[in-house]
Every structure is written in C-alpha cells, then in structure tokens.
Design a protein around this ligand. Structure first.
Ligand SMILES: NC(=O)c1ccc[n+]([C@@H]2O[C@H](COP(=O)([O-])OP(=O)(O)OC[C@H]3O[C@@H](n4cnc5c(N)ncnc54)[C@H](OP(=O)(O)O)[C@@H]3O)[C@@H](O)[C@H]2O)c1
Length: 348
C-alpha cells in the first residue's frame, strides 16, 4: 500500500431487500492534502449505527438518502495529521463525522469537539461520551422523565444505547427492566449493567406474562428502541400517565421506498385509556450538545458509574460485514471499526 493512499468505502447500491455487503465498495484514493482553512484527519475509530440502514435507503426518513457514489457517512474519532485551520493542530484528537475512510479533509464544520486522552479513552467519544450516551441521557431524562420508584422498561437493553438507559434509570432510583435477544445478553444486563430483571424476548414462551412478572407494578417509562411486536407487548402493560420514548425502530423490517410498515396493534387505545404520552427523540437535533455534554453524564462517567462494552472489528474493509452483524443483533456492546492505530492506548 502506498503511503499516499487513503482507503474509503462508497455507497454503491440501495438496500433493496435489506442491507447487504454489496451496498458498499472499498476503493483506494489519493490521500488528500489540506488547503487553507482545512485540516487532515486520520481516522482511528468509526462508529457503526443501526440508523445507517435508514441513511442509505430512499424510504422516507428524517434526512435525504445518501447519494450513491458518496463516501459512507458516520461518526468518527481521529487524529489531526496536518492542519491549516486556526483552531486545530497536528496531534489533536477529535470527535467528528469523517465517515468510512482512513483520511479525510475537514473545514472544521464536521468536527464536534477535541478529545483529551487523559480524561477518558478516546473511543468513548463514540458511545458513553458521544451520540449514544447523549441519546440515552436526553431521551430518558428529558422525554421519559422518570421519577424515583418508577419502573423503566428498555428494549435493546444490552446495546450501546439500551445499556446506558438501564444504568441511568437505576441511578435515578428506578426499577430497570430490559428486553434483549439472547440469554447471554440478558445475563449481561443483570450482571454488568445493573438491571433488576432482563427478559429474552426471543425465547420467552409468553412475552406478555414475562413482562408482567418482571414489572409487578406496571411500566411507567418505556424506552423503545425497536417498535414492532415486542413493543406491542410492552404497551399492553403501561401505567396511567406512562411516557413512551420512541428512540428506534430496528424491530420493524426495512421498508422499501413507499412501502408501508407491516400492520400491528395500533397504540391509540392504550394511550387513551392510560392517558400516556408517546414522543419521538432524535439525537441529531441535539448534536451541539456533543460539545457540551450534560454535567451529570460527565460526572457519572468520571466516577466510573456507567459500565460499557465495545465490540471492535479491525480494518475498514470489514465495516460492511460488521454493520450486518449489528443489524442482526450479533454485536456485544458498541459496534465500531478500528480503522487505524490508536496511539493513546498505552496511556490508560
Ligand atoms: N433516536 C436516536 O437519536 C437514536 C440514536 C442512537 C440509536 N438509536 C436507536 O437505538 C437502537 C439501539 O441502537 P444502538 O446503537 O444502541 O445499537 P445496539 O443496541 O448496540 O445494537 C443493535 C441491537 O438491536 C437489536 N436488534 C437487531 N435487529 C433487531 C431486530 N430485527 N429486531 C429487534 N431488535 C433487533 C439487537 O439487540 P437485541 O438482541 O437485544 O434485540 C442488536 O444488538 C436502534 O434502534 C437505533 O436506531 C436511536
């Protein structure tokens, strides 16, 4: 490999029939040089997120589909290799949105903040101290608004967002109950993430009964990361005044453009009789907060009160297969790609 080469992954096909490796193509390009006002970032870690399924699809979404032929987008942690930008110097570590590439030019507009490796491992800027941590914190505290003593139910409970929601619920004095897709992950929820109870929704013979048993006083807050039949079962057991945070729909099959989602029980009746509130949350509305994370979240992470797991694969060439692992529930913790060497690792 030439020293002046940069590998990048392009989106080359829409996910018709589901996301597949053929949606992406790895290519080599010349490594760019920063011009005036630009910096060159060497990508170290790339975040893989379920939302990528929607970003590459033409189905209606909160953003336009990424055009075919573009470098695939994503959150990254990188090191500034060279800079002609007044705010950045070579050797700075940054959280940004450089996407699926080894080297990227930036004008600073897609950089969220500088990282201090002495404060926390730089990879944490992609989860507990990044967009998934912010999603869990803001979604639960500002939309779910749990009160001490209440029961908080969480789907994808062992994942990057869900594991944080469960722990924050416990820190707020709530009973935390998780739904997840394997016994191993359910055990992880109880052992590592402090859930009071966790249910394997794939094997529970009577999911509704298992939820009722784990939530003897009903459900006050449902942090919904999946939608679909699992969420239908939860909605049957909400309390009067419950809050439902609609954060993700990974449990609803990919819709081709214009194709309606599969039908299911409609929530209107439960919302009416329980005088409940169901509200969507999108972290992309709060990206400015990545540069000023909530003090309470920083304090918990600093005090070691929030456990986390990372699921890393090495090499940009493995990003597409790792995304498929994430979308099929095989990840164990925050899914990310190690794109390049992390020179800060020896400091922790
Ligand atoms: N609204 C926002 O701003 C925002 C921001 C970040 C993430 N999210 C959403 O939060 C959810 C979790 O994201 P994450 O990054 O923390 O990922 P994650 O939970 O670490 O990994 C994804 C998990 O989704 C579950 N899953 C996969 N396929 C599924 C299916 N067909 N049906 C049901 N569950 C399935 C699996 O967990 P189980 O085996 O436990 O089911 C899988 O491990 C996603 O829905 C994502 O879109 C929303």
């Amino acid at each position: 490999m030439s020293e002046n080469t940069s590998h990048q992954v392009l989106l080359v096909a829409r996910p018709e029939g589901g996301v597949r490796e053929g949606c992406f193509r790895l290519e080599a390009a010349p490594r760019p040089e920063p011009g005036p006002g630009q910096l060159l970032v060497r990508v170290i870690y790339l975040s893989l997120d379920p939302a990528m399924r929607g970003w590459i699809s033409e189905a209606p979404n909160y953003r336009e589909a990424l055009p075919l032929g573009s470098v695939m987008i994503g959150f990254t942690v990188g090191e500034v290799a060279a800079s002609r930008h007044p705010d950045y110097a070579a050797g700075d570590f940054v959280l940004g949105r450089q996407g699926w590439c080894e080297w990227a030019l930036s004008d600073g507009g897609d950089i969220h903040r500088k990282l201090d490796p002495a404060e926390a491992p730089i990879s944490t800027a992609l989860h507990v101290l990044g967009h998934t941590g912010l999603t869990a914190y803001l979604g639960l505290t500002e939309v779910g608004r749990p009160a001490a003593g209440e029961t908080v139910m969480v789907s994808t409970a062992a994942g990057a967002v869900g594991s944080m929601v469960g722990q924050i619920a416990r820190l707020k004095g709530c009973r935390a109950v998780g739904l997840t897709g394997s016994d191993e992950k359910a055990a992880l929820c109880r052992r590592d993430f402090g859930y009071d109870a966790a249910i394997n929704y794939k094997t529970a013979p009577d999911l509704g009964g298992a939820i009722a048993e784990a939530c003897p006083e009903g459900i006050d807050v449902y942090f919904d990361n999946v939608g679909g039949p699992v969420s239908d079962a939860v909605l049957e057991r909400i309390n009067v005044g419950a809050r439902i945070v609609v954060c993700g729909t990974i449990g609803i099959p990919d819709g081709e453009a214009g194709e309606p989602p599969p039908p299911g029980p409609r929530p209107n009746r439960q919302l009416l009789i329980k005088r409940a509130r169901m509200e969507g949350f999108l972290v992309l509305d709060h990206l400015a907060r990545l540069d000023r994370l909530p003090a309470e979240l920083l304090a918990w992470v600093g005090a070691g009160k929030l456990a986390f797991r990372e699921d890393r694969v090495a090499g940009l060439e493995n990003a597409a297969s790792a995304l498929l692992r994430l979308l099929s529930g095989q990840n164990r913790g925050k899914m990310m790609v190690q794109v390049g060497a992390d020179p800060t690792l020896s400091r922790h």
